[in-house]
Write a protein that binds this ligand. Structure first.
Ligand code: 13P
Length: 257
């Protein structure tokens, strides 16, 4: 056992209205009744729900995170939200560099790097996403793509305490497809090695590397107990308290991976 405490993170993406507080309340209640002390949990709803989610989750075992931020603390940037604002609304972490933002908005590694630094500046953790497209995998370029994204997106001063890497193969997101455990092990082991080069062995050995892409209660045990997998970044299945809790339950009684 490496002793890294696993993290199950929910990325709600552009889903959720005020009524979704009921799911958060249900998650909080389930964890109060039957805690899963072996893993940490964080839910990242849209910014519009942060303040309400903070109130609902107060006193619970579920932390609150946010999705994306502007690199600057404030300024004339209509529609954007800074890391400081997300912290002010109750977030403790920010997902940056998600493939949907890289694709929809052409976000570069340099921009993702600046956003991760913004999270650190606001005293928040950064959950930095990397992952190859289907074409890149077919071309055998997976490791090269992940290396390039890590080198560009990960600030050099990053520390394990405030940084999480999420490996999300783009072709596995929302498709029901998943890599084999052996493929996941290969990429996660590679990421750990790259982190050693970039941040030093000590930080690399402590930093959490999450797997993301079609994680469900039914496949959680298979995917999350792969070497160098320290948890999950969950999209669709994080919207329902029962599914998210079901994924967390994979850790119940099993200790750190
Ligand atoms: P799904 O779990 O819906 O495949 O989404 C994964 C994801 O993109 C999490 O950030």
């Amino acid at each position: 056992m490496r002793g890294i405490r696993p993290l199950v993170a929910g990325n709600w993406k552009m889903h959720g209205l005020g009524t979704s507080s009921a799911e958060l309340r249900s998650l909080k209640d389930r964890l109060a009744e039957a805690p899963v002390p072996e893993a940490d949990a964080i839910v990242c709803p849209p910014a519009t729900l942060l303040a309400r989610a903070r109130d609902v989750l107060a006193g619970s075992a579920v932390a609150l995170g946010a999705q994306d931020c502007h690199p600057l603390p404030s300024g004339p940037h209509t529609g954007d939200i800074s890391a400081e604002m997300l912290a002010d609304a109750g977030a403790t972490a920010i997902i940056v560099g998600h493939s949907e933002r890289r694709t929809d908005y052409g976000e570069t590694d340099a921009l993702v790097n600046a956003k991760a630094k913004a999270a650190f500046r606001a005293k928040l953790a950064a959950i930095i996403c990397v992952g190859e497209t289907e074409l890149e995998r077919r071309q055998g370029a997976t490791l090269e793509v992940v290396r390039r994204q890590l080198q560009g997106s990960l600030p050099r001063g990053a520390r394990a305490r405030t940084t999480v890497i999420a490996y999300e193969p783009v072709w596995a997101i929302g498709t029901g497809l998943t890599p084999t455990p052996a493929d996941v092990a290969e990429v996660h082991g590679f990421i750990r090695g790259e982190l050693g080069q970039l941040l030093g062995q000590t930080e690399a050995s402590l930093l959490r590397i999450l797997y993301g892409g079609s994680v469900k209660p039914a496949n959680a045990s298979e995917l999350l107990f792969v070497p160098d997998v320290d948890g999950a970044l969950v999209g669709g299945a994080s919207l329902k308290a029962s599914d998210f809790y079901g994924i967390l339950l994979a850790y119940a009684g099993r200790g750190a991976g």
